[in-house]
Design a protein around this ligand. Structure first.
Ligand code: SF4
Ligand code: SF4
Length: 352
């Protein structure tokens, strides 16, 4: 079995125990934060296990790389304190089971794009930016063979992640990829952060989707015509697992001439889409989610955004209608980049 390498000594020596102190869902001082996370590490009860909404932010806040959220999710499972109701957990766990036989495996001979559970969104990886890149997989019936399973952090089911993820990695390896570009940054977080934290070996090089996009845009720089529009970025929870890659958002916007608006809820202070929170069992969760979404969209509007740029398909599903109702166009980052090089992504003509 794989064990989380959470190091209590790091907490004891931590110069800045902000993990829980910066949590926007609980009110807690720095020293109390240290004591509560230590209690959780020692298997003791803590109100944090009940109050955590699994927004992932403390993974970014911890200055010692000590994975407080991974620890909380493990202890929520061990204590039967999952934030989500049991029927939703059962449904979600069944959803991610690979089925309909084994995928057809072709050797890549180079880099691949891992679509994970989003094969049906292969329209988002078309055109010059993605030329010559094989997709694993473009077959929606086989996509769960490539699903990184990290979603189960939200369901307090790290046991499911640990059980399935090595098989997913083995399937990816059958393609003999040079590098694996992760379409969803949750997958990148799984391979670059979660796997090392529990000792699951990752024999390939994961690449963040935005790093890849940035590299390709540089190669196609001559084709770029500045977008000029004012854009807001919807940072997803999973981006907290790879904060070192978040800088590519600004780099890409600068390269394609998109003007990022100044917002309150940006960077480390970003609000998640609240899609997870609205399904949680704590009384008032739905109201809380609606309030977070309202604050988030109002912030974009106040800042003068014309376009809301999405990374995560789940955020898109949760928030795109709300931003569109406020006159802000929801767009995936890859589509925005395609527009910058003179392409017209699917559906773009209809809304121009
Ligand atoms: S989890 Fe991180 S931030 Fe929190 S006390 Fe431990 S080392 Fe410090
Ligand atoms: S994951 Fe989010 S809600 Fe949970 S403790 Fe960390 S910062 Fe707070």
């Amino acid at each position: 079995m794989y064990d989380l390498a959470f190091d209590e000594k790091k907490c004891l020596a931590c110069p800045d125990p902000v993990c829980l102190a910066r949590c926007r869902y609980m009110s807690i001082g720095q020293e109390e934060a240290r004591q509560e996370i230590l209690k959780i590490a020692r298997g003791e009860n803590s109100f944090v296990l009940r109050d955590c909404v699994t927004c992932y932010a403390c993974e970014e806040y911890c200055p010692m790389g000590n994975h407080p959220l991974f620890l909380i999710a493990e202890r929520q499972e061990a204590s039967g304190l999952a934030p989500v109701p049991d029927p939703l957990i059962r449904r979600a766990v069944n959803l991610g089971v690979p089925f309909r036989g084994e995928p057809v495996v072709e050797e890549a001979g180079g880099d691949v794009i891992n679509m994970a559970a989003f094969s049906e969104l292969s329209c988002l990886v078309q055109g010059k930016l993605f030329e010559g890149m094989p997709l694993i997989s473009d077959d929606g019936r086989k996509m769960f063979h490539y699903f990184c399973q990290l979603m189960y952090l939200h369901y307090a089911r790290t046991s499911v992640i640990k059980e399935r993820l090595p098989g997913v990695i083995a399937t990816i390896m059958k393609h003999k990829p040079a590098r694996v570009v992760c379409f969803h940054d949750e997958c990148y977080g799984a391979y670059s952060s979660y796997c090392p934290s529990v000792g699951i070996e990752v024999p390939f090089t994961p690449v963040h989707f935005y790093e890849f996009l940035y590299e390709r845009l540089l190669e196609l720089k001559e084709m770029i015509r500045p977008i000029g529009s004012r854009v807001a970025y919807q940072r997803p929870c999973s981006s907290r697992l790879s904060p070192d890659k978040h800088r590519y958002v600004g780099e890409i916007f600068r390269l394609i001439g998109a003007r990022e608006v100044e917002r309150e809820f940006t960077g480390e202070n970003a609000l998640c889409c609240a899609g997870t929170i609205q399904g949680q069992k704590r009384p008032g969760s739905r109201k809380r989610a609606v309030e977070l979404q309202r604050k988030n969209v109002e912030d974009m509007k106040r800042a003068g955004a014309e376009i809301c740029v999405f990374n995560c398909p789940a955020c898109f599903q949760t928030l795109s209608g709300l931003v569109a109702r406020e006159g802000i166009r929801p767009v995936h980052m890859s589509d925005l980049c395609r527009v910058a090089i003179g392409e017209r992504p699917k559906g773009w003509e209809a809304i121009e």
